[in-house]
Each structure stands twice: as C-alpha cells, then as structure tokens.
Design a protein around this ligand. Structure first.
Ligand SMILES: [Zn+2]
Length: 136
C-alpha cells in the first residue's frame, strides 16, 4: 500500500522547505514522507473512521512547504488520497495481509497471518512443510 505514499512524496519532494539550521531530529523530507505513510496506512486500515483524509494529511504537512506551493500541495494530496480511497474501497483485501493457505473448500484463507511466515495461527503447520502441498 505504500506505493501511494511514496508517489505523493515523489510529487512533493521538490517543494519541501530547507530544514531549519537548528532543527533537531527528523528532516522535513522524513517528516513529509512519514505523514504520507501514516495517512495512507490509516486510509487502508481504518477508512470508515477517517472522515477527511485530504484535509488531515494536508494539515499535517503544509508547514513543510512554502506559501507559494500550498495550492499545488493540496491538489496533489487530494488527488492521491481520493485515488487511494477509491482503490482501498474497491479492493478491500488487496493490500491487506491474508493467510497464504487455501481452505478445504479451495478458497483463500482470509484470517490475519503472523508476520514472520504469512500463515494465520491455525495454519502454522503449513509453514514447516512449505514445499509439500497439503490440503488445509
Ligand atoms: Zn489460515
């Protein structure tokens, strides 16, 4: 899902303000990228409670851009957030993690996998027999 946030960032990066000389911690570029990632992640996982994604992300990052770029930044944010929202709405599972196993009925298992091997808790045995096809 992070190709959306990287795409936003790539369109915006040329406009990002120079870091303040006394600024500590993250650079402006890192802050913008992280804000984009957070917004896209929230959109993908919590769309129904994320009422104004464009406004939220724009408000998070606008301080890192000059006044002259604000309108352009807003339009880019709006374009990508609208696109991402439509995408997540029509592909609800496409970018989510799903268990890699197939159920007895031949449909993909849709339970959440454990991150270390991509199988849900009830299909953990498949991780050990990775190369042997076993009906789940
Ligand atoms: Zn499973």
């Amino acid at each position: 899902m992070y190709h959306f946030s990287r795409a936003i960032y790539r369109e915006l990066e040329d406009e990002i303000l120079e870091d303040h000389p006394l600024q500590a911690g993250l650079t402006n570029h890192e802050r913008v990228l992280r804000a984009c990632e957070a917004a896209i992640h929230r959109l993908a996982t919590d769309m129904h409670y994320f009422a104004k994604p464009t406004k939220t992300l724009f408000n998070d990052i606008r301080v890192y851009f000059p006044m002259s770029a604000q309108l352009r930044v807003y339009k880019i944010v709006d374009r990508y957030m609208t696109f991402a929202r439509d995408y997540f709405a029509s592909n609800p599972m496409a970018e989510r993690m799903e268990c890699r196993a197939t159920t007895r009925r031949g449909t993909p298992c849709q339970r959440s996998p454990l991150p270390h091997n991509g199988y849900c808790p009830s299909h953990q045995h498949l991780a050990e027999t990775e190369d042997i096809p076993i009906a789940a």
